[in-house]
Design a protein around this ligand. Structure first.
Ligand code: SF4
Length: 217
């Protein structure tokens, strides 16, 4: 756990002993423990995005999810309602998941930053870095079997590279610190803006489905 998070937890009189345990072994993190992290995110002012947000978007899904989907940042609808992927891009993501028999109720969905960047611009490196401890805490607590990274921003941030999407699609990147493979998939918002890419999506979905069959029982 980062020193910043540890300090926040301590100041709020929140027991953090569970976190240490789950960083070494798979445990079922309770709703209340995860809610403690959510409360910290809700009050976070670590980067300037807090000044323009309406609501933080912590993420949603079961804590024992074997699959974690990570997008870039909340958009307008998400910022207004505090839930991830609920706009047009969210509906398209649902359709992608349903095409491989994956319901949203089986996955935990979040973003690299928890507050909307103004005008939906890409989050800055400073914003990504300042928010990264929250995402790391979520991944360590959920311990997914597979990470699905939506779009170049999320992929570059989590894989710590600067590769273009053409070098990232249909590949599996094992992340040692999370003990899980990561698959990069087009961000559905990009597909909405670039409908010609839809033909590539089916190939990506077939690849993703094979990885899920291999790693998620
Ligand atoms: S984006 Fe992350 S680091 Fe920045 S204010 Fe929101 S929760 Fe805090």
């Amino acid at each position: 756990m980062s020193s910043i998070l540890h300090k926040y937890f301590s100041e709020m009189d929140i027991d953090v002993s569970w976190y240490k345990k789950c960083s070494h072994e798979k445990i079922t993190t309770s709703n209340s423990e995860f809610d403690d992290l959510r409360k910290i995110v809700n009050k976070c002012e670590q980067c300037d995005l807090y000044k323009t947000r309406n609501k933080t978007v912590f993420g949603s899904g079961p804590l024992d999810s074997k699959i974690m989907i990570i997008g870039e940042a909340p958009g307008k609808d998400e910022d207004e309602q505090g839930e991830p992927f609920i706009g047009r891009a969210g509906k398209l993501l649902d359709a992608f998941l349903q095409s491989i028999n994956l319901g949203r109720e089986k996955v935990f969905i979040t973003n690299t930053v928890k507050c909307r960047p103004p005008d939906n611009r890409n989050p800055s490196l400073d914003e990504l870095n300042k928010c990264s401890s929250f995402l790391t805490s979520q991944i360590n607590a959920i311990k997914p079997k597979v990470l699905i990274l939506l779009g170049k921003v999320a992929a570059n941030n989590i894989l710590e590279n600067e590769s273009p999407m053409s070098d990232l699609r249909q590949k599996s990147f094992f992340i040692d610190k999370y003990d899980a493979p990561a698959i990069v998939f087009y961000h559905p918002a990009y597909i909405l803006r670039s409908p010609l890419k839809k033909s590539e999506v089916w190939e990506d979905l077939k690849y993703l489905n094979n990885i899920l069959k291999e790693h998620v029982c």
